[in-house]
Write a protein that binds this ligand. Structure first.
Ligand code: H2U
Ligand code: ZN
Length: 343
């Protein structure tokens, strides 16, 4: 079988899900939706922005004149702290089941500057972002009733970001959400059966093959995973085996900041626009011991052919299995060429 020409499916060993790859299909004509190209120039301060320093938020609270990162409890939190942990199973048939889910939702501004992004921020400022993520993770991990902390960023209107001010969200939950729960299951099984870590072993294979690696530094590797679903999806993996941000050493804080800036800047060069994406860290659950868990981040960007044509997860993707045309190897080649050119 030729993975560069023939249709095939690939297994994601982290989630135990399959992706259909159709390399021969990239030439098909496109007459579908064209998304608007987002405006580029933004002011350093926007008086109407609810995240800028000194401005009132939608809930009425006024932001302080913050000068670095800034955290607040989400005014429209999806999860509340005081929810009873009870389970309902209507008529006990296992068909109408519900469970109380409590949690904490915070918003974190990366910078007081309205016009910056992770790609345009200076290295020391991004290191401060990494340190704030770390202290938030530690604090929430210690909070009773929290089993998992999800840090994620929606960037760009296309990904549903409500505001261009550089920010992310942090949701701490009582239960482990679905995506990390699947990864936990796979990593635990692999750890038990191989007596080694799934992602450590995977990184070794990728280091040998090289063709999916985009950029790397002493602490981290960025690659298009063999099983990537989104056209330019990447996985950021620590080289060292550890589970969560508080285990980063001083140089790894700088290396993580540097690699994040590098991958986001590379993304911005693909179509010469601020590249939309949803990204997030997958870290070990905050209860119990997790020797199997390997710290990583996923970037899921929707763009496919140009700044205006996005990949839709519809039809067969919704009803069957996710599908991609451009191979992960070709996507990696394209991204890699932009890292090299763009320095
Ligand atoms: P997103 O851009 O990823 O949607 O994140 C912005 C979050 O900010 C969103 O969850 C919250 C929204 O509820 N928010 C506030 O907490 N206060 C506000 O004044 C507006 C938006
Ligand atoms: Zn702002």
């Amino acid at each position: 079988m030729d993975l560069t020409e023939q249709s095939h499916r690939r297994l994601n060993p982290l989630t135990d899900e399959w992706v259909l790859v159709s390399p021969h299909r990239t030439q098909r004509p496109w007459q579908g939706a064209v998304e608007a190209v987002p405006a580029v120039a933004r002011p350093q301060y926007d008086p109407t922005c609810y995240l800028c320093p000194g401005n009132p938020r939608a809930g009425g609270v006024r932001n302080p004149q913050y000068t670095s990162t800034y955290i607040f409890e989400n005014d429209f939190a999806a999860l509340k702290k005081d929810v009873p942990a009870s389970t309902i199973d209507v008529q006990h048939k296992g068909l109408l089941v519900a469970e109380g889910e409590s949690g904490i939702c915070r918003v974190m501004c990366f910078s007081p500057r309205h016009d910056l992004t992770l790609s345009s921020m200076e290295q020391p400022a991004i290191e401060e972002v990494v340190r704030t993520w770390t202290s938030q993770f530690s604090e929430l991990a210690r909070t009773p009733g929290v089993s998992h902390v999800q840090i994620f960023e929606n960037r760009g209107e296309m990904m549903g970001a409500s505001n261009p001010h550089p920010h992310c969200q942090i949701w701490a939950t009582k239960s482990i959400p679905q995506a990390p729960a699947r990864e936990l299951f796979s990593q635990q099984n692999y750890f038990k059966s191989h007596d080694s870590c799934l992602l450590c072993d995977y990184l070794k294979l990728e280091a040998g093959e090289q063709k999916r690696i985009i950029c790397e530094n002493e602490g981290f590797v960025v690659l298009v995973p063999f099983w990537a679903v989104w056209p330019f999806e990447v996985l950021v993996c620590s080289r060292r085996h550890f589970g969560a941000l508080p285990e980063l050493n001083g140089s790894e804080v700088s290396q993580l900041a540097a690699i994040l800036k590098q991958i986001v800047s590379t993304y911005d060069r693909i179509f010469e626009v601020p590249f939309p994406y949803s990204m997030g860290f997958h870290q070990s659950p905050t209860t119990g011991a997790h020797p199997e868990w390997h710290f990583h981040a996923h970037f899921y960007p929707p763009l496919l052919r140009s700044a205006t044509v996005r990949k839709f997860m519809v039809g067969f993707e919704m009803l069957g299995t996710p599908q991609r045309d451009i191979t992960p190897e070709l996507a990696a080649e394209r991204l890699r060429s932009l890292v090299a050119n763009g320095k």
